[in-house]
Design a binder for this molecule. Structure first.
Ligand SMILES: *Cc1c(COP(=O)(O)O)cnc(C)c1O
Length: 379
């Protein structure tokens, strides 16, 4: 296996799911695994979530749905976003539940469903305030009548999405009230869902049929009791001592101050490490290092990333020589400001979603349950 890999802890995934479900009052969860399960590997994470009893899975693209079907996952798969009419046929072939927010896409889907002698299950999205996708709330009655004419479609679910459940209580409550108006118009016989992670954690009284968390499953929001489930690990391919005044990496952005021990780790920006992190990120050394005081066992000693982040490699400064079997945490499963996915996001002015989804497909992924490897996907 490549000496750089993502280790995913399925016990922590279960802990996060259980915390979200308990916040939600025990209603079912739709496991959001778009963007390769936020970088964690959609097939394995999806399989585990189903084992843990989620209602179904949610993806953002038809291709993501196809990957799950090809892997043999037979659960309900909600295709989020507004269905484009061009994809109506594929959605039916794959047995996905598309989200409809225009009558044009509804008609395209209806025509193809009836041509196949089928009834296709759909969820409707309403725009309760975010302004991105969904039918206008005011049109609820017209939408209901419109769908009654489309014999090839069966509306089973109705939902909306929060714009700022992490920060804006008034706006979020307005969105909750707007979905309640839709609910009043359509009646109780539908599967209503609304809460993303922030909604589930901050508005536990919403109490609809299900919650729809993504980021919280992966534990990447701090301060809520959720725990990051993955570590990016690497072994050095080279350990050497450089003399004082030696430049390191593209552009020579770091120069050794004295004799320095340097390890080269085989991960880079093509694996998802932001190039902007040069001279700012750290990695954590797990193992033994030789120092002037002799061999020292380290548990997570901080080693600075020095010089530019290359496409495939980084260089880190060590307190002394280490063997090539030494494991480094390139990302830690916590909220460390310089070595976690959350820390990378903070350092580069974004949210933890972004470095997570950029974890490259070429990284092998190793899945642990009870500390034991239960699955491995080669990069
Ligand atoms: C991504 C997404 C979610 C999950 O949101 P998180 O903030 O990751 O919990 C839920 N619903 C929709 C419609 C989404 O696009």
């Amino acid at each position: 296996m490549r000496p750089a890999w993502l280790e995913v802890n399925l016990d922590l995934l279960a802990d996060n799911l259980n915390l979200l479900r308990s916040k939600a009052g025990g209603v079912p969860a739709i496991g959001v695994i778009k963007a390769n399960a936020y970088g964690h590997g959609a097939v394995e994470v999806g399989r585990e979530l189903l084992r843990l009893g989620v209602w179904g899975l949610a993806v953002a693209t038809v291709g993501e749905g196809r990957e799950l079907r090809k892997a043999g996952l037979e659960a309900p798969i909600l295709l989020m976003g507004s269905l484009h009419p061009d994809q109506a046929g594929e959605v039916i072939e794959l047995g996905l539940i598309p989200t409809i927010s225009t009558l044009e896409s509804a008609r395209a889907l209806d025509v193809r469903a009836r041509a196949r002698g089928r009834t296709v299950e759909v969820h409707l999205e309403f725009d309760t305030g975010m302004g991105r996708t969904g039918f206008p709330v005011e049109d609820a009655n017209a939408v209901k009548e419109g769908f009654a004419q489309l014999a090839g479609l069966e509306v089973t679910g109705i939902y909306s999405h929060f714009a700022d459940a992490e920060g804006n209580t008034l706006w979020t409550e307005e969105q909750i009230a707007n979905l309640a108006k839709v609910q009043a118009g359509f009646g109780p016989d539908y599967f209503y869902h609304l809460c993303n992670t922030a909604g589930t954690m901050n508005f536990p009284r919403v109490g609809l049929a299900a919650v729809r968390p993504g980021i919280g499953l992966y534990g990447l929001l701090p301060g809520l009791g959720l725990k990051p489930i993955a570590r990016l690990l690497a072994k050095p391919t080279l350990v050497k001592q450089l003399p004082a005044g030696h430049k390191i990496g593209y552009g020579g952005l770091y120069t050794t101050q004295s004799k320095e021990w340097i390890a080269t780790l085989p991960v880079g920006y093509a694996d998802g490490m932001p190039r902007l992190l040069y001279n700012r990120a750290t990695v954590k050394l797990l193992g033994t290092v030789e120092t002037r005081l002799g061999e020292v066992e380290t548990m997570g000693l901080e080693c600075p990333v020095v010089g530019r982040i290359s496409m495939d490699q980084i260089t880190v400064k060590l307190p002394g020589p280490v063997g090539l079997d030494t494991v480094f945490e390139v990302t830690t499963a916590d909220f460390d400001p310089t070595s976690s996915l959350w820390g990378w996001a903070e350092l580069t002015g974004t949210v933890s979603y972004e470095p997570a989804v950029r974890l490259a497909a070429r990284l092998p992924r190793v899945y642990l349950r009870g500390g034991v490897e239960v699955a491995r996907v080669e990069g």
